[in-house]
Ligand binder design. Structure first.
Ligand code: FES
Length: 146
């Protein structure tokens, strides 16, 4: 059901932890499953390159694997290039996710955006395409009956 890459990043996640005095921090949750992801960015003030990225995820295996891959993809990119790291890009880098797990990869994208937003706000920078982050990936959706 899961690709080898997903299993690898789940069992051996890269960049787990936190960055002290991070340049930007973003936290996003998914109220439906209760999972939470936090991303820390260390950004070079001059070049705007993401020098380091760490994550903490309280969540399912797919959420752990996507956060791990997302941290690898954004490291070394500028804050503007990091916008290319969409959930689709993360899924492709992991050789796909089962359809029911696609929403888990959204957490990674949203948490990176939230961390970029945090940095952009505190530095008066505008990043094209970056919108104010949601606290929860389902925020603004219609309530569903269970
Ligand atoms: Fe919640 Fe995967 S089931 S993020």
């Amino acid at each position: 059901m899961y690709s080898e890459k997903v299993m690898d990043h789940f069992t051996n996640p890269r960049n787990v932890g936190e960055i002290e005095n991070a340049s930007g921090v973003g936290t996003v949750g998914n109220a439906k499953c209760g999972d939470i992801m936090r991303i820390y960015l260390d950004i070079d003030e001059d070049t705007k390159i993401i020098k380091d990225c760490k994550f903490k995820t309280f969540g399912c295996g797919a959420a752990v694997a996507t956060s791990s891959m997302a941290t690898e993809l954004v490291t070394g990119k500028t804050i503007y290039e990091a916008m290319e790291v969409t959930n689709k890009a993360v899924m492709e880098a992991l050789d796909g996710l089962p359809p029911v797990k696609v929403h888990c990869s959204l957490l990674a994208e949203e948490a990176i955006h939230a961390a970029l937003w945090d940095y952009a706000q505190s530095h008066g920078i505008e990043i094209e395409g970056l919108k104010e982050p949601k606290d929860d990936i389902h925020e603004g959706e219609e309530e569903e009956e269970y």
